[in-house]
Design a protein around this ligand. Structure first.
Ligand code: ATP
Length: 464
């Protein structure tokens, strides 16, 4: 019997680096704050999560299409969307250690919730009212500067050769969904979609985040998976309810997250255009925090872009001829944050007969390596040759790894840590009976399977 042991966030962070999932950026130069790189297993896991989302949101739905819009867009997009004027967070600096913090987060830590719409003056008032309770997360001091609004858009000098690019900057996109709104008409005109329909996109987004402490939870460069569903205004409540349900089911069924680690959180203070907004929160080692937002955005986005671009972004119902601006139900999640949730949910330390093992109990379809192939002994050429042949065959179907280092027990532990569902060992008997030992990650049970039947065996086990 195995028994689960508690773990800490620091342990998961160091595990991610040690086992090639996530590395701090530019580490040999002392690192680069709030940016991370994905190692060999990290990129496989990230791709598997992304593909699962794409399969579920695009390929399995007749009325949803995909898009890959550019990171750079006309600066006018960010004016229309309100990001140039209002995409900001309140920042205050600790007078003692000079650590900068987001004031809404400092307030949240003491149970006070700031409204996104509040002015600098209003934020400063509640900040002052609660100053005695608020502590700097680094040095515990309560002595802060006043809060100042800090715009999160990352500026660039693209196409600006005058050198005066601070005056007329271009931006790295702060969210991917703007690319969807500005292509709404292109998609209507070039495909056969009819309302209701959705557009999905995965891509990088950039934000000058003030505080970036929680590993890949909040970074300055990250990937979003965003989905905009265009509906008749009167259907928005019904569709909103449906998408809330769909997204919850995705986490439980497709990602295999434990339901006790998930909960809904309704926004207390809605931005003026939103009709309703809920977040799916995940129980990270530092508490329940936003994983994904599901929002009813009304007709705000298309109306804004129609106004600023002068382009008609309304929709004409092909049957009734009725013309209207569609409403949007949005689901928005960070791919990197989702990967962190998946790792935290799966990371398990347990006592086993011969000591302790770390095992990443990932849903099998998500595992970075699906099958590991071993020759029982490294120095027996006939075993190595047969194992190699098997590996060469299986690797055309699944991500496989060949390992002949150390003893089989050690190889099992290494594969358990990265979440490999199956290990296959070629031994002396295999040369006679053409069968191998297949060992299951979770039960640690072994069974003897004919090599001829292996493909079918894995097809059954590794398909959703
Ligand atoms: P917060 O208020 O925590 O800064 P937000 O509510 O502004 O976040 P959204 O703009 O709604 O976040 O972004 C949608 C999703 O994108 C979030 O639920 C999160 O999963 C992801 N996300 C946003 N910012 C970051 C970031 N800096 N790093 C990683 N993921 C992010």
């Amino acid at each position: 019997m195995s028994q689960k042991i508690d773990n800490t966030f620091e342990e998961i962070i160091s595990f991610c680096k040690r086992r090639g999932f996530v590395y701090p950026s530019s580490e040999i130069y002392g690192g680069f704050s709030a940016v991370y790189d994905y190692g060999p297993y990290g990129v496989e896991l990230k791709n598997a999560i992304q593909q699962t989302w794409w399969q579920n949101m695009v390929h399995e739905r007749e009325e949803v299409v995909g898009l890959d819009s550019a990171i750079f867009m006309s600066p006018k997009v960010w004016e229309a969307s309100g990001h140039v004027g209002g995409f900001s967070d309140p920042l205050a600096e600790c007078k003692k250690c000079h650590t900068r913090s987001r004031v809404d987060h400092l307030l949240e830590d003491v149970g006070v919730f700031a409204d996104e719409k509040m002015t600098e003056e209003e934020i400063n008032k509640i900040f002052a009212d609660n100053k005695d309770k608020i502590k700097c997360p680094k040095c515990n001091s309560s002595d802060f500067t006043e809060a100042k609004s800090f715009n999160l858009l990352v500026k660039s000098n693209l196409g600006n050769f005058t050198g005066d690019w601070d005056q007329e900057p271009t931006y790295l996109r702060g969210e991917t969904c703007q690319g969807i709104y500005v292509n709404f008409k292109n998609i209507l005109d070039s495909t056969r979609v009819k309302i209701p329909f959705g557009i999905a996109q995965v891509g990088k987004a950039f934000r000058n985040e003030i505080t970036a402490r929680q590993f890949i939870f909040r970074t300055r460069e990250f990937e979003q998976m965003e989905f905009q569903y265009f509906v008749k205004p009167e259907d928005s409540d019904k569709e909103y309810k449906r998408w809330k349900k769909e997204r919850w089911e995705f986490y439980v069924k497709e990602l295999g997250l434990s339901e006790k680690n998930l909960k809904w959180h309704q926004h207390e203070n809605l931005v003026f255009y939103a009709k309703d907004a809920w977040d799916i929160e995940f129980n990270f080692p530092f508490g329940f925090k936003e994983l994904e937002g599901v929002h009813n955005r009304s007709d705000y986005d298309l109306t804004q872009h129609a106004k600023h671009s002068g382009c008609d972004l309304s929709y004409r119902d092909p049957q009734s001829g009725e013309k209207y601006t569609p409403w949007i139900v949005e689901t928005s999640v960070g791919l990197n944050r989702m990967l962190l949730a998946v790792i935290c949910d799966a990371y398990t330390k347990e006592k086993v007969d011969d000591g302790e093992r770390i095992v990443l109990k990932l849903k099998k379809t998500l595992a970075p390596v699906k099958v590991a192939v071993f020759p029982l002994l490294k120095n027996k050429p006939e075993l190595v040759a047969k194992a190699k042949e098997l590996f060469d065959n299986l690797k055309t179907k699944w991500v496989c790894e060949f390992d002949d280092n150390g003893n089989v027990g050690k190889r099992y532990r290494r594969q358990d840590e990265i979440g490999t569902p199956y290990c296959v060992t070629v031994d002396f008997e295999s040369l006679e009976d053409n069968a191998v030992t297949v060992r299951d990650r979770d039960t640690m049970r072994q069974e003897r399977i004919k090599i001829d039947e292996l493909e079918k065996y894995f097809e059954e086990k590794l398909t959703n």
